[in-house]
Design a protein around this ligand. Structure first.
Ligand SMILES: Cc1ncc(COP(=O)(O)O)c(C=O)c1O
Length: 457
């Protein structure tokens, strides 16, 4: 590729590109950051400046960038073949990976359906659930129950089970109808209650919804333990377990979306392990390939899989697939990823880092404009508020979270907020020293932005 200067690249970007989740009017005025390389936990821009990757390249990177083992695995696969279709053909990597995945998946999950992103993995989960009931003679079970503040991706099916007004309400005419249960957002409880005296009233609402729609609900869709894009909303102790039991009581399938939480992010391989919950269907993506290449998977039980078996003419087949399903390069990265998890005992190595993070966050929690810190494992959300006593949020247009992230970028750290929740979600390979630096810079950036009069931008 011909070498371009920063100015040339910036000008071409602003002339031709449209970036995701980005107000392009502001983008076109900004000095944009153009990343060219990575090394360990750092991103390196075209001018050679290094940045700590504080959000793991959108919650995906696991063992750092340019990991020798993963690079080598992808390189070796490239010498064989980059891609062949998975429709009607198979390949060794995908076969081997399926068994490795089932070995680590929650008990009861026995089948792997590959795809290429979190949204497709959830979309597939929804379609499988619906068709499961159809194939087993219960087509009236077609309603999906999901949560306010849920985020499951940006395809229409995933948006339908989503519950973030800002992202999803525009598309309402396109979405299929779902029933929404309250978000387990204790800091701003929708039901006006206080945990634990609420006795998990929000989860009882799920029971009420399922009872009111007895025999008509296909599945309950949840992000286990933490609603990530909704603002890193950690559910109260016992919520997930209770929700799973309620789904079981009503014979409703439980779909867990582990796209953000899977592969060690919460301190366990999968978040549902925190409350020993075993879903019927589970979606994973992001960390499955260590954040290297687009890969996702939807796991199901053998019982669900069996409902799709039949004679050709019975049309029980799951008519779904993508051109790049189980791409061999992505699969090679995923196998190397899981080998590293096992060989380097990553989950065990992570525990002291999580404790260090928890200790360090205490100082930040005491800041004047930090309303609440929600942490589960290596996932942290810092909710900024205008008034700590009343929990009054900052005006949306002040972009307080974005300004904190812009401030910290000057000091060589990349973060991306969710509105006024500052998100910390570094690669699991972050070192203790880097955690301390991240915490110190976050504290400084929050102080700089919030402890002076807010300026309208
Ligand atoms: C819980 C959850 N599900 C699904 C998705 C969508 O994943 P993707 O962006 O790979 O489509 C995300 C993305 O952040 C997510 O956090």
């Amino acid at each position: 590729m011909k070498r371009y200067t920063y100015q040339q690249l910036s000008s071409i970007d602003k002339s031709y590109l449209w970036h995701p989740f980005t107000q392009m009017k502001s983008w076109e005025k900004e000095e944009i950051l153009i990343i060219e390389k990575g090394s360990g936990n750092y991103l390196i821009d075209v001018n050679g400046k290094r940045y700590l990757d504080g959000v793991a390249s959108l919650w995906a990177n696991v063992h750092g960038h340019r990991n020798k083992k993963i690079d080598g695995a992808v390189d070796n696969q490239l010498k064989k073949i980059a891609h062949s279709t998975f429709l009607g053909l198979s390949h060794p990597g995908a076969i081997i990976l399926s068994r490795m995945l089932i070995d680590i998946a929650p008990d009861g999950l026995k089948r792997v359906f590959y795809s290429d992103s979190g949204a497709t993995a959830v979309e597939i989960a929804i379609k499988i659930a619906l068709q499961y009931w159809f194939n087993t003679g219960k087509p009236q079970r077609h309603i999906f129950v999901s949560l306010n503040n849920a985020y499951h991706g940006d395809t229409i099916g995933s948006v339908s089970v989503g519950g973030i007004g800002l992202f999803h309400s525009t598309y309402k005419p396109l979405l299929f109808k779902t029933i929404k249960a309250p978000s387990p957002y204790c800091y701003r409880c929708e039901l006006g209650l206080v945990y634990p005296s609420c006795k998990l009233a929000c989860v009882q609402k799920i029971d009420e919804i399922l009872a009111r729609n007895e025999g008509r609900v296909a599945a309950l869709v949840l992000e286990p333990m933490i609603q990530a894009a909704g603002g890193f909303i950690t559910s109260p102790h016992g919520y997930l377990k209770a929700a799973a039991m309620i789904a079981k009581k009503h014979n409703v399938l439980l779909i867990l979306d582990e796209v953000a939480t899977g592969f060690g992010r919460t301190g366990k391989m999968f978040a549902c392990e925190h409350e020993d919950v075993k879903p019927d269907i589970m979606a994973v993506a992001k960390g499955i390939s260590a954040g290297y290449l687009p890969l996702a998977a939807t796991f199901t039980t053998q019982n669900i899989y069996n409902a799709f078996l039949g004679e050709y003419a019975e049309k029980k087949t799951f008519y779904h697939g993508h051109t790049y399903t189980a791409n061999p390069l992505a699969v090679a990265a995923a196998i190397a990823n899981l080998e590293i998890f096992k060989k380097d005992k990553i989950i065990r190595q992570l525990q002291p880092k999580i404790r260090l993070l928890t200790r360090g966050l205490k100082k930040i929690a005491a800041l004047e404009h930090v309303g609440q810190i929600r942490q589960l494992g290596m996932m942290t959300g810092i909710e900024l508020v205008l008034d700590k006593k009343t929990k009054q949020p900052y005006p949306f247009e002040h972009r307080t979270g974005a300004r904190v992230c812009a401030e910290i970028r000057k000091h060589g750290i990349i973060l991306r907020p969710l509105d006024d929740v500052v998100v910390l979600m570094p690669p699991l390979s972050i070192t203790e020293q880097e955690i301390l630096r991240l915490l110190a810079e976050v504290e400084k950036a929050i102080r700089t932005v919030t402890e002076k009069p807010t300026v309208k931008t």
